[in-house]
Design a protein around this ligand. Structure first.
Ligand code: PLP
Length: 359
């Protein structure tokens, strides 16, 4: 009875499948949650000890949050090196993807995405009734500029580029971003994992008013549970985003905690550097298993393909308290994706991989 009232295009939407919670896993496999290595969603396993939660006690929860995130915006401006009027904030960068599509994309307009890529661009694109044009990356997981150019038409409103990509872990060069910007469509460069590669296109925003750089505090600062994202774009874009956003889109605890992390950013960034320094070790350990095809990584993930055994290996690791993500996208079929890890967790992974392959 109700189905006939629902917008027909919504009935076809592929829903996003989130990873199970630690509680669910603990119940299922019988390993206490503090012994589980959850490396399937890019969450930061190593930052919690630096988070100062004392100030959260002072937050007045009976009051609505600051709708303009004044303190947070100031600190984000300082962090990114731009003026406050170039900063917009959101309930995770997920909300900002949604808001951007609402601002720029009408039903039947086209957005271009570059699989393998972050699935939420397609999800929100479909929600808005847009046509989602997929332009496959190259074999080496770089974006295919020539193919993108071929697909750009007058109806193309936005191009989403994740850099470093999820799951590709490839950084798109500034030159390629400039080539796309020259085409005069809106280009959203999603730098959710910027802190893992230190390459940004933010300085280009002064030159290109069609550039939007999306960022997140979920990963490097370990605040995935509070949902804080932001973006850097021209004040003209920020103004319209501020007009259409929900009034209180970032809650008070999130604002307080994000400010506190930004005040102590060096600690968090030092921790990220340690994890990034271990990337070589993780890649090397994985490459020792002849049954695994390991992809290069410039980002926060490592992808490997266990030759038709991805699901079995994922389940074996899960039973032993290591959670990795199953990826099945074009060019990355039947693969597993794992966060960057430190030595102790790499050793544990190595131990169970040896058991799986009986080495
Ligand atoms: C490329 C990319 N962009 C955006 C997001 C969303 O991040 P947030 O937690 O800020 O919504 C993710 C999360 O995994 C991501 O991988």
């Amino acid at each position: 009875m109700i189905a006939k009232f629902i917008r027909p295009e919504l009935l076809k939407i592929k829903k996003y499948t989130p990873s199970p919670t630690l509680q669910e896993i603990e119940r299922d496999i019988g390993i206490p949650m503090d012994k589980i290595i959850k490396c399937d969603s890019g969450e930061n396993l190593y930052s919690e000890k630096y988070q100062n939660k004392k100030n959260l006690q002072k937050v007045k929860l009976y009051l609505y949050p600051d709708p303009f995130c004044r303190n947070l915006r100031k600190k984000l401006a300082l962090y990114t090196g731009v003026g406050e009027e170039w900063i917009m904030y959101g309930n995770g960068s997920d909300e900002l993807i949604d808001l951007l599509i609402r601002v720029f994309v009408s039903p039947k307009d086209v957005i271009i995405i570059n699989p393998p890529t972050f699935p939420m661009y397609e999800f929100y694109g479909q929600l808005s009734g847009a046509k989602v044009q997929k332009v496959l990356r190259k074999e080496n997981l770089n974006i295919n500029i020539e193919d993108i150019f071929e697909k750009i038409t007058l109806n193309t409103k936005m191009i989403f580029i994740d850099s470093p990509g999820n799951p590709s872990s490839v950084v798109v060069t500034k030159e390629n971003i400039k080539k796309l910007l020259a085409k005069k469509t809106i280009v959203v460069v999603d730098e959710a994992y910027y802190e893992y590669c230190n390459q940004t296109v933010i300085p280009l925003i002064y030159q290109y008013s069609n550039l939007i750089v999306l960022r997140s505090l979920s990963k490097w600062s370990g605040l995935a549970g509070l949902r804080i994202g932001y973006l850097v774009a021209s004040p003209e874009i920020i103004k319209i985003l501020l007009t259409i956003k929900p009034p209180y889109n970032v809650n008070s605890l999130a604002q307080e905690m994000a400010c506190s992390v930004l005040d102590k950013k060096e600690r968090f960034l030092r921790e990220i550097k340690k994890v990034v320094d271990c990337r070589k070790i993780l890649l090397k350990q994985l490459s020792r298993f002849l049954n695994l095809k390991v992809y290069p990584s410039q980002g926060a993930y490592v992808i490997f393909q266990p030759q038709n055994q991805a699901k079995q290996l994922q389940e074996f690791l899960r039973k032993n308290g290591i959670l990795v993500k199953y990826i099945n996208q074009p060019l990355l079929e039947n693969c597993l994706r794992i966060n960057l890890l430190k030595q102790k967790e790499i050793n544990k992974l190595d131990f169970f991989l040896r058991r799986f392959y009986e080495m």
